[in-house]
Design a protein around this ligand. Structure first.
Ligand code: 2BA
Length: 107
């Protein structure tokens, strides 16, 4: 058996968890905090068989990769008025560890 630790944003973790559970993978969600930025993130624990690792990593990659998104930003315009300007921002990205499990029990 293998255990996957996948660290990602809270928003991406919601989608990834839903896609994984739909395909009958078992997932535990842990609230975590990045040591560097000290910002909340989510760590998913996924225990599965070695031949399923590729599929799990594929799902994680599909729904939590680093990507660009367009958001609307209001900037001051002619005194009291505001103008909405589209801004491209970087979101997502995940860190994934796959480790061997020596023993697994459900007691
Ligand atoms: P990433 O490398 O994409 O890491 C995102 C989050 O994944 C990290 O959040 C941490 O929670 C986890 N993580 C990454 N590598 C890990 C590892 N080897 N072991 C355990 N957990 C790990 P943060 O610690 O808040 O880091 C956020 C981002 O800041 C990192 O993005 C990286 O781009 C940067 N960073 C992290 N540590 C740094 C450092 N010592 N110096 C400069 N930049 C750093």
């Amino acid at each position: 058996m293998k255990l996957i630790f996948a660290i990602m944003s809270d928003d991406d973790a919601k989608v990834v968890t839903s896609k994984l559970t739909k395909e009958h993978y078992q997932v535990t969600k842990l609230s975590s905090t990045g040591g560097f930025l000290r910002v909340g993130n989510t760590t998913l624990l996924i225990g599965t068989e070695p031949d399923k690792i590729d599929r799990v990593v594929e799902i994680i990659k599909k729904y939590s990769s680093e990507r660009k998104e367009i958001v609307s930003n209001n900037i001051p315009f002619e005194g009291a008025e505001y103008m909405t300007v589209p801004v491209e921002i970087q979101v997502g990205g995940s860190v994934v560890f796959v480790v061997d499990v020596d023993q697994f029990y459900k007691l």
